[in-house]
Design a protein around this ligand. Structure first.
Ligand code: HEC
Length: 108
């Protein structure tokens, strides 16, 4: 019985925090696309590539912008509007995108 309760608790907790890439995509296309591009590769060199980065790295970056631990005037403003769930969704979404710019480099 005790094990069942623990299992139930784990299942419930994972449901609450489950990230949703589709919702992340919707948010990304409303807000982040202006700088990070449709494919998460950034519209120019100023904007870091988000596509294909580890989700926990992206999540941590967004949490840090929001808390002020990582300082950047632009990203602080955007991160301030995000909930924990938004951050998890966005991080998962960008982590699923293929990172393609590095692949186009060639050694001459
Ligand atoms: C107005 C342009 C702009 C918009 C819109 C924008 N960003 Fe950014 N983002 C930047 C810039 C510039 C940086 C680099 C900041 C720095 O040097 O720390 C950055 C950095 C980041 C990083 C850190 C990447 C890394 O490799 O450390 C993440 C994650 C990120 N943005 C996610 C988002 C998300 C998610 C959204 C939408 C909610 C968003 N950004 C909207 C300009 C933007």
């Amino acid at each position: 019985m005790k094990h069942l309760l623990i299992l139930l608790l784990l299942v419930c907790t994972s449901l609450v925090y489950a990230a949703d890439a589709e919702q992340g995509k919707a948010k990304a296309q409303q807000v982040c696309v202006a700088c990070h591009g449709m494919d998460g590769v950034g519209i120019d060199e100023t904007y870091p590539i988000l596509a294909g980065q580890y989700a926990d790295y992206l999540e941590r970056a967004l949490m840090d912008y929001r808390s002020g631990a990582r300082k950047n005037a632009i990203m602080a403003g955007f991160a301030a509007t995000l909930t924990d769930q938004d951050i998890a969704n966005l991080a998962l979404y960008y982590s699923t995108l293929p990172e393609n710019r590095l692949h186009s480099f060639s050694i001459k």
